[in-house]
Design a protein around this ligand. Sequence first.
Ligand code: 13P
Ligand code: SF4
Length: 311
Amino acid sequence: MRDIFMLRDIQDEIIRIKKEKDVCILAHSYLTHDITEIADFVGDSFALSKKAQTAPNKNVLMCGVRFMAETVKILSPEKRVYISDNCAGCPMAEQLSPDELCNMKKAEPDRKVVAYINTTAALKEHCDVCVTSSSALKIVSEMEDKKILFIPDCNLGEFIKKNVKNKDIKLINGGCPIHNRVSADDVREAKKLHPNALVLVHPECKPEVVELSDYAGSTSGIMDFAKNSDNKEFIIGTENSIVEHLMYDCPDKKFYPLSKKLICEDMKLTTISSVLNVLKAIGESDENEIVLSDEQIKKSRICIDEMLRRG
Ligand code: 13P
Ligand code: SF4
């Protein structure tokens, strides 16, 4: 009982300070429920990027990983943007260096570079258009260009290739180490245990996992599918926070994690206490502030604006 009381105390203090300091709190849906409860807006990467532009506050605290906070800064350079934990990166976002990408572009200059939004700002400077898991199929299928280099997630890339037939899409050997932990055998095992459940997975999972699923889509896509479905049981193949959120949102349905290994350690660096500490430090320390030069913002914004225009 005391623990719950302490959690409420921390949440109340967060709500008080964010009003006092004019902070908008954005949270990716991979954050835990105690954090999403105090956020002004919770969503997938695409929804968060859209929200970043319209938040009226002078400060934004992004609870998630670095590329998400960078995206907010790029879209709202006039705001001071903070990240909930300085060490929270996305391993996939850092897999390809700008130099490596520039060499690939030199080798095949006629390919348009489509970047998953899970990329660093430095890499985005060299890309033509960004996509998120919820906008990838629409954006790639509607592109006039036929020759594409898709970076860095080859699993999402395979998902796009399978669904967009009339393009020549080149992939690289990158991906999410968390979603890559799940195998086709994990899906077969989970289906055996829960034969009435539908399998909903993120397209960052391996193609053979996506192949065995009933639905593949972004975190918001998975949540919407589960909420709107008449089915009562679901096996969830993405970060396990989504299982927790769905249990709150749909108490009449049952949700099972596809694997206990689906935990993003970087997302889990942010705790309710770290949110409070970062908020307290705003105005006193710039330790968690996202700083990008005007030149970086100008160059990396081109592919994000292109995504928002097309998405
Ligand atoms: P969404 O685009 O579904 O938000 O996914 C982001 C992410 O990092 C998935 O691992
Ligand atoms: Fe990056 Fe994978 Fe974590 Fe998403 S789940 S933030 S892609 S490491």
